[in-house]
Design a protein around this ligand. Structure first.
Ligand code: F6R
Ligand code: MG
Ligand code: MG
Length: 364
């Protein structure tokens, strides 16, 4: 029977402001999930990236299981009550609905799930980001699974040489499309270069359709119709033995590319790869950051986590990210640090235009 790895997350309250999660919240989430271990759940790991509570769970109930989603919802609800008691910031901000009705779709929490037969050895990396949006994974996923300058295996491993299939979602129009790499590389790039709309959801190995990666694609503002916090997405990538090696999967993050979601969900900034300890955005509520936990799955047990970006080889990327952050900050309220008006989560622009409508004069 297939194993499912579910990563479900929500911002249920921040400590201090939007910068991190309170230890008591993590403790409670662990206690609650522990009650399901050996029953619905085979194993779990609770962690936080910035102000997001992250539940990493293994089970045999498949994707979109009512039981698993219900368990996660219950944890978020109970942690929200504690967050309210502690007066944490923005308690319950990502829970858009009151009652659970079968699965988490449209409810607010981010969900990435992948089901597969566990291989002889099954290394996986779970990426978790704060202060950014789901499209932030587009560039690294493209590089991992389609760029031979990143992934040597695409050229020299016969098991990967045929390439990968990408499932891309249009998160505005709610449509999906598949692209085959490398032959449709220029076509996919025309879309995924616009990460606010086109988001890579799944990657499959082409020769046998093996699921290789999945992301969370929830866009909170599109669901709620108003600003309720950034999506702060997660991504699962399986590695090795005919899939990209762990090092090939981590490699794109050595380049801190610019992503949307910094300060008030309305600024671009570099995505900084950080250790769990460093996943605490502070400067200008950021800069955006990503952590990577490695696990060996062992009959569904999560051996780990190993904090992959704690390695010294990511020091230079952090330094560079901080230099880029500094450079971007010097633009103050100007684009391209600030996002374009239609992508901003907060904006006074319509009010300002309304207020000054009469003062505009026709040009000759
Ligand atoms: C939250 C975020 C923060 C907030 C900012 C203002 O995900 O990105 O930058 O947008 O701290 O928060 P409020 O409006 O709650 O004072
Ligand atoms: Mg928050
Ligand atoms: Mg967050």
């Amino acid at each position: 029977m297939e194993l499912t790895l579910s990563v479900i997350k929500a911002d249920i309250g921040g400590y201090i402001g939007h910068s991190r999660s309170h230890p008591k919240i993590l403790e409670l989430a662990k206690k609650l999930l522990n009650k399901h271990k050996g029953k619905e759940l085979i194993d779990f790991c609770v962690t936080a990236c910035g102000d997001d509570l992250e539940l990493i769970m293994t089970h045999k109930l498949g994707n979109n299981s009512e039981k698993i989603h219900g368990i996660a919802w219950d944890v978020f609800k109970k942690c929200t009550s504690l967050a309210k008691e502690l007066k944490l910031y923005g308690a319950g901000q990502d829970l858009l609905k009151d009652a659970f009705s079968g699965n988490l779709k449209g409810m607010g929490p981010g969900v990435a799930e992948i089901s597969f037969e566990e291989r002889k050895s099954e290394p996986v990396i779970v990426f978790m980001a704060d202060k950014t949006e789901p499209g932030a994974w587009n560039l690294p996923l493209f590089r991992i699974f389609a760029d031979p300058f990143n992934t040597a295996g695409l050229v020299i491993d016969p098991k990967m040489h045929q390439g990968f299939r990408f499932e891309v979602h249009d998160v505005v129009e709610h449509k999906k499309i598949y692209f085959d790499m490398p032959e449709e590389m220029y076509d996919i790039l025309a879309l995924i270069a616009e990460p606010a709309i086109y988001v890579i959801k799944h990657v499959f190995r082409k020769k046998d359709n093996m699921p290789a990666a999945v992301t969370s694609t929830q866009r909170l503002s599109l669901m709620a119709g108003r600003y309720v916090g950034k999506d702060d997405p997660v991504c699962i990538v399986r590695c090795q033995s005919g899939l990209p090696a762990v090092g090939e999967v981590l490699e794109p993050f050595a380049f801190p590319h610019l992503v949307a979601g910094w300060m008030r969900g309305s600024h671009n900034g570099p995505l900084m790869p950080v250790s769990v300890e460093q996943a605490t955005p502070s400067r200008f509520d950021g800069p955006p950051r990503v952590m990577a936990l490695g696990f060996q799955l062992s009959n569904g047990k999560l051996l780990g986590p190993v904090d992959m970006f704690a390695d010294i080889s990511f020091e230079y990327a952090r330094k560079r990210a901080n230099e880029i952050a500094d450079y971007m900050r010097r633009h103050g309220p100007f684009m391209p640090h600030r996002l374009a008006a239609d992508e901003m989560e907060y904006t006074t622009l319509p009010d300002v235009l309304r207020k000054f409508a009469r003062r505009f004069e026709k040009l000759d």
